[in-house]
Design a protein around this ligand. Sequence first.
Ligand code: HAM
Length: 436
Amino acid sequence: MPKIKKNKKLTSVKQNRIDLIKSVKGMPDILPKDESWWKWIIQTGQLVSELHDFHFIETPILEPAALFESAVGTSTDIIEKEMYAFKTKGGDRVALRPEGTAPVVRSYIEHHLGYFASPLKVFYYGPMFRYDRPQAGRERQFHQFGFEILSDNDPIYDGETILVVLDFLKSLKFKNLSIKINTIGCKVCRSNYKEKIKSYYQSVKAKLCRDCERRLEKNPLRILDCKNENCISLRSNAPIFLDYLCQNCNNHFKTVLELIEDNNVPYEPDPYLVRGLDYYNRTVFEIFSSDFKWALAGGGRYDYLSEMLGGRSIPGVGVALGIERLIEALKLQQITPHLKSKPSLFFAAVGDQAKKSSLRLINELRLNGIVVVEALGKKSLRAQMKIADRFKMPLALIFGQKEVFEKTVIMRDMGTGAQENIVLSKLVEEVKKRIK
Ligand code: HAM
């Protein structure tokens, strides 16, 4: 039998077509089936922001790469391994934002936002980008909802930050929330502690993982939260920060803990929590729920961040929640979105004249706050009503040639099948009487 040669050109065209209809790895679409989750979370976040007096801010997705390098730190995983940075056609080095705090501080300095309020309390939400190994709980494009309080170093604001994020999570009906909290001191006491940590890990260097061997020179504190089993076992003998805090940092941390105790917030001091971004000082914390393995939220104080960007001293504290993780954890805990839905009905029209007039009627209903679902592209009444059934619509309006002529519409209760005629001049009024 003659061998059939594979047409290479055809195979690569086919492969190209397959690639064209696939989203980039680790950057999933958010689909209409998950609409209620996203709406619920964003609406809850906005409501909680308003209650706690946070104001909306939105910064661009693209920023100068140097902003994150200076703020997050060149020796952190986020900058070293995960940042999407590239040169534009004009030669500028930019990056897809891996996080939202540095851009907010940049915006504060650029627009003198201290004139708007002091402290300035802002919230934001949107996509962030990190080139990590995609897995459940870790996407390359994910979304954060964040809160930042700028220009005050009073521990009261560390407390407020923790309370706003807890209020958010409790409003979403999360159960068994726990906070891991630590302090990583200030410039003065941290350098002292860093030396202690460095000399301890120097003595056990041979047992460290490859990443931590590198961290030992560049960022020794990060060894404390390495997930490698060897490194975890080594840290039980490592010096802890609380023993090296200066008096001011000690007082600050003590007050933060007192404030959260006053508000009945259960917390767990975690001497190994250091967080993966260089801009933090003093309070750092992460929030977990039940058995969900990933942190739902992480935050802390960043009093030197503005100076790291070349600005004057603007202390700050904040937190960000990962929306995808919230949804995953809520689903695991079998919590469903609690959305207040608007009253809705189905509108069907048969015949050209009825179809033509129906858009005006539909619009009138919508302008009166009624959600109208339709399938006017389908010709037959049967096909349209099938859609009404599929979406479990409680009420349908049916508009045909006869109704156009009589200036009426048929109203059908989809549960009982009962029908009545309504005059068009009273349509909105009659519909409102029947739907909740
Ligand atoms: P972060 O801990 O890097 O902090 O991120 C905050 C939250 O974003 C995490 O707790 C997690 O829920 C979510 N998250 C992070 N990376 C991923 C990922 N690859 N996939 C899915 N979700 C993820 C920050 O970004 C700081 N800017 C938070 C902050 C605000 N600190 C002060 N103000």
